[in-house]
Design a protein around this ligand. Structure first.
Ligand code: AMP
Length: 415
């Protein structure tokens, strides 16, 4: 097995890694760290939970000591799709640089927090900026941040950056950077649009795909319960209590549903909180802090708000509402069983959402046994149209399949 020592990291970083309790590098770290340290542009397919943050933070920090004599302008810029991810990556930079002889100053540049405070910190000097695109552009336009000294650019969760419509913002930011730089791109999957971005922005990149990495799906027990829509909360409470799940993250489709469900669970005696994009930033940070510390045991979230959440010992993830895509499914359940720990992922399906879930299974290459719990069994008849759903015959989805998919999504209240 590869060790962190053999990856050529300096002693100070080996100490940081030890402080984190990381005994050996993950597959993506083993593959990416030497390439990044050598200065290559890298496009890596790495899912959340694979240790991807360490895969770029460690080699970037390994070059800090020599370069940090004088400069005060950002040398490393990480772009992340959400505020939560930006905060998390910034905190990984901070915790891994603790033992460095010269500790770089790190700033998360995100919306929802005081822009004047960020300007003041930038004025004092910052070497690492982890930003969401919108606020970064705001600061650039106000002349509050100079990006001329950036020599490493990281596009983290590049697929999500594109999905969230940040393509133009990315171009604007990249236009501000020196063309002589190292660029790293990390993405859960590398579909053509992400590879297209890599082609435009990276210079002769090395492509890293880890075939044998423990994908989140493999280390996680996945269960599917058939339950009526209006019985889902009852079943959730039943499972959480009887199976003593511990820290549980529950995904629902809308912001309002996060609030509703959290309120009902609280009334039933659970400590539950809602997390969604409509909350003010300080509130989001507080909710996450409470959940991380264990003061709250259930977090009810939408996909976007939950992106980037890293909670140690997250016991269970629940798809109260199904995710839209197989990729989101893998992403959601990757929140449990992180970095090799085992975890539990539970999905609720009913007659209306069954077709959609089958599609998720098909694309994710899984087939799960349907379960039910006494007292919460699914009632009613499966609709006849369900037969043959999923376009099993041909590889391409037919128009009919697409319409059925759409109907299934709408029925599940997800569009
Ligand atoms: P990431 O994929 O970067 O979000 O990391 C997922 C989780 O794995 C985080 O909780 C990290 O602290 C943890 N982690 C990262 N690298 C290692 C490692 N080499 N050994 C154990 N845990 C790790």
């Amino acid at each position: 097995m590869t060790s962190f020592q053999s990856l050529g990291l300096p002693d100070s970083l080996l100490r940081s890694v030890q402080t984190q309790g990381w005994t050996a590098p993950t597959a993506i770290q083993t593959a990416a760290i030497p390439l990044v340290a050598k200065g290559f542009d890298v496009a890596a397919e790495a899912q959340t939970g694979s240790g991807k943050t360490g895969a770029f933070v460690l080699p970037i920090l390994s070059t800090v000591p020599e370069d940090l004599a004088a400069p005060h302008r950002p040398q490393t810029l990480v772009l992340a799709p959400t505020r939560e991810l930006a905060l998390q990556v910034a905190s990984v930079f901070k915790s891994l640089s603790l033992h460095l002889p010269v500790v770089p100053r790190v700033l998360a540049v995100i919306g929802g927090e005081s822009i004047d405070d960020q300007r003041a910190v930038l004025k004092d000097g910052v070497e690492v900026v982890v930003a969401t695109p919108g606020r970064l552009i705001d600061l650039v336009e106000r002349g509050a941040i100079e990006l001329d000294d950036v020599r490493v650019l990281v596009l983290d969760e590049a697929d999500k950056l594109l999905d969230l419509g940040f393509a133009d913002e990315l171009s604007d930011v990249i236009g501000e950077l020196p063309s002589e730089r190292q660029t790293l791109l990390f993405s859960a999957t590398l579909p053509p649009k992400v590879l297209g971005l890599a082609e435009r922005v990276l210079h002769e990149p090395v492509l890293v795909r880890i075939d044998d990495q423990i994908t989140p799906v493999e280390g996680i027990a996945q269960r599917v319960f058939q339950v009526d829509r209006n019985q889902r909360r009852g079943l959730l409470q039943h499972l959480v209590s009887t199976e003593e799940w511990g820290q549980t993250l529950v995904f629902v489709a809308t912001q309002r549903a996060t609030e509703n469900l959290a309120a009902k669970l609280r009334r039933a005696g659970h400590s539950a909180a809602a997390l969604h994009g409509g909350l003010e930033q300080p509130e989001r940070v507080w909710v996450l802090k409470q959940f991380r510390s264990g003061s709250t045991s259930m977090l009810i979230a939408t996909d976007i708000a939950a992106r980037g959440i890293d909670v140690p010992r997250l016991a269970a993830v629940v798809n109260f509402d199904l995710p839209r895509s197989p990729r989101d499914y893998v992403h959601r359940i990757g929140r449990t069983g992180r970095a090799g720990e085992s975890g539990l992922a539970v999905s609720f399906v009913d007659h209306d959402s069954e077709a959609h879930f089958r599609l998720i299974e098909k694309r994710a290459g899984i087939r799960l046994e349907r379960q039910s719990v006494s007292g919460f069994e699914l009632t009613g008849e499966a609709p006849a149209k369900e037969k043959g759903v999923g376009g099993v015959k041909g590889k391409r989805k037919s128009k009919k399949d697409k319409l059925r998919e759409k109907a299934a999504r709408e029925a599940a209240g997800e569009s």
